[in-house]
Each structure stands twice: as structure tokens, then as C-alpha cells.
Design a protein around this ligand. Structure first.
Ligand code: GUN
Length: 290
């Protein structure tokens, strides 16, 4: 059996198109465009690539993009002052401070300073709390994108066994909450889990978010499982390669022979994150305009 390849890239493109249509309706009714402010501190190359893609996608969806690039030695006071200014700015519906921040800045303090109603990343404790108790708020983009791919593929998730590998605040924990809300039976596995292969083997749904290249092997999977690979890892360059290949947390070539469906890396979960960010920004615009 060869697993169905879950085409996150195509799903993300159609989500972006739908968001674009709604953004045009928002503009017509509100008399202004929905706006996303992205703050980048320093010159981390990966973050620069992400921020550029977010800017392009925001503009392409018919929304306003406000980019703030600050030097690496920006003080916490100055960064908090910028966030306060964006919180107060009526043209700004969503605020995203790109992580990781340089080491001298307290990420938790910076996230806490963002208005929860503009926190389109869903990282503020108020939004984490809302998700935990089932109130509507903003849900982190990557796990929400994973849920969209899962429900598109499987429909109702009630009673399915789901194993989330990884317990980060950004992916693992919110992912588990979302699966629980969808009535799956959820296990969160992590680096201290005993006999991880046998835990994973009982899963109808596997979400791998550990950041370790090709860690999940084919013989860990139940036949027909749906596998969502959140990892993006670059392998060391092989002979004759300038850059190493990008791979996920799952050994795709092996897993393809066992799983029922699997997201590729790249082209699976990755493109969903930005599409959901645009969706969250538009939701923020409608909520803030009320
Ligand atoms: N860095 C890597 N991914 C993300 C993300 O989704 N949001 C923010 N703010 N920073 C990131």
C-alpha cells in the first residue's frame, strides 16, 4: 500500500483564496483593509525568510502588512513600547512578534504585552487558557492547520486514537487540546516517554512535532494511520550537494508503505501555517470591528 499524500500546499492555496475573498468583503464593509503587523528583531536568516513570506502572502490576500524590523540590540523597553503602539493602532488587527527573539529579550513578557484580541499567533496565556477551557480565542496557526488537514482527510475524529509527539506550547499542547475537542482519545508523548514506538503504534492519528530528522520509523506506525509531520529539519549536505535536504520528523520513504495518508516535507504542514495566520488576522479584523 502506498499512503495518500496529503497536499498541504494545495489546501493552503485554496484557504488563502477564500481568505482573500473574505478580506475583500471586509474592506467593502469596513472601508479599510484588515491589517497584520509583523515585528522582527535582529537578522536571524530563517526568521527573515518567514517574515518576507508572511508579508507577501498578506498583501496577496488583499490585507495591509505593517513590517517592523528592529536591530538585534533593541531594548525590551523599546520593543514593549512598539507593541503598545500596535495594540492602540486601529489599523492593526493582528500582531505577530517573530520568534525566537535575541537572548536578552524575555519572550514571555513580550508575548504577554500583546493584546489577546490581536494575538493572531494564539501564544498569549489568555488565548492558551481560552483554548484549554473551550472558549473562542485565537488558536496557534500550525496546530490549527494540522486540524484542518486531518478533518479534511478523516471527517469526524470521534473515538480515534491520536498520539501527539512533542509537548511545546506552540504545537504539541494546543494540538492535543484541539484533538480532544474533536473527541479523539489523546496521548501526548515526549522525550521521556517509555517505549515510544509502542505508544505510536496504537495511533490512528500521529502528529510528529519534535524537531528530530526522520525519527518516527515505518515500523512504529499502525497500518493505515494518518500521519501529520510538523518537523522541518535540514540534513547535512550529502556528496555533491550544496545544502542538505529538508526532511520531517517522520521517515517519509518508509512510512509511505504503512500509513494510510501522510503529509510530505516540504509541501505539507508548512504552507498551512501562513494560510491560517491570514485566516486568524481576518477573524481578528471582524471581531475588532464589532
Ligand atoms: N517562529 C517560527 N514560527 C513562528 C510562528 O508561527 N510565530 C511566531 N511568532 N514566530 C515563529
Amino acid at each position: 500500500m502506498t499512503a495518500e499524500r496529503i497536499n498541504g500546499k494545495a489546501f493552503a492555496a485554496s484557504l488563502r483564496e477564500r481568505v482573500g475573498e473574505h478580506a475583500a468583503q471586509f474592506e467593502a464593509s469596513a472601508g479599510r483593509r484588515a491589517g497584520l503587523a509583523v515585528v522582527l528583531v535582529g537578522e536571524d536568516p530563517a526568521s527573515q525568510v518567514y517574515v518576507r513570506s508572511k508579508h507577501k502572502a498578506t498583501v496577496a490576500a488583499g490585507m495591509e502588512s505593517f513590517e517592523h524590523r528592529l536591530p538585534a540590540d533593541t531594548s525590551e523597553e523599546d520593543l514593549l513600547a512598539l507593541v503598545a503602539q500596535l495594540n492602540a493602532d486601529e489599523a492593526v488587527d493582528g500582531i505577530l512578534v517573530q520568534l525566537p527573539l535575541p537572548g536578552h529579550l524575555d519572550e514571555q513578557a513580550v508575548i504577554a504585552s500583546i493584546s489577546p484580541d490581536k494575538d493572531v499567533d494564539g501564544f498569549h496565556v489568555t488565548n492558551a487558557g481560552r483554548l484549554a477551557v473551550g472558549q473562542s480565542g485565537f488558536v496557534p496557526c500550525t496546530p490549527l492547520g494540522c486540524m484542518m488537514l486531518l478533518t479534511e482527510r478523516l471527517g469526524d475524529l470521534s473515538g480515534l486514537e491520536a498520539v501527539v509527539i512533542g509537548r511545546s506550547n506552540i504545537v504539541g499542547k494546543p494540538m492535543a487540546q484541539l484533538l480532544l475537542d474533536a473527541n479523539a482519545t489523546v496521548t501526548i508523548a515526549h522525550s521521556r516517554t517509555k517505549d515510544l514506538p509502542s505508544v505510536v503504534r496504537r495511533a490512528d492519528i500521529v502528529v510528529a512535532a519534535v524537531g528530530r530528522a526522520e525519527m518516527v520509523k515505518a515500523d512504529w506506525l499502525k497500518e493505515g494511520a494518518t500521519v501529520i509531520d510538523v518537523g522541518i529539519n535540514r540534513l547535512p549536505p550529502a556528496e555533491g550537494e550544496e545544502k542538505g535536504r529538508l526532511v520531517g520528523d517522520v521517515d517519509y520513504a518508509g512510512a509511505e508503505g504503512v500509513a494510510g495518508a501522510i503529509t510530505p516535507v516540504p509541501g505539507g504542514v508548512g504552507p498551512m501555517t501562513i494560510a491560517v495566520l491570514l485566516r486568524n488576522t481576518l477573524v481578528a479584523a471582524y471581531r475588532n470591528a464589532d
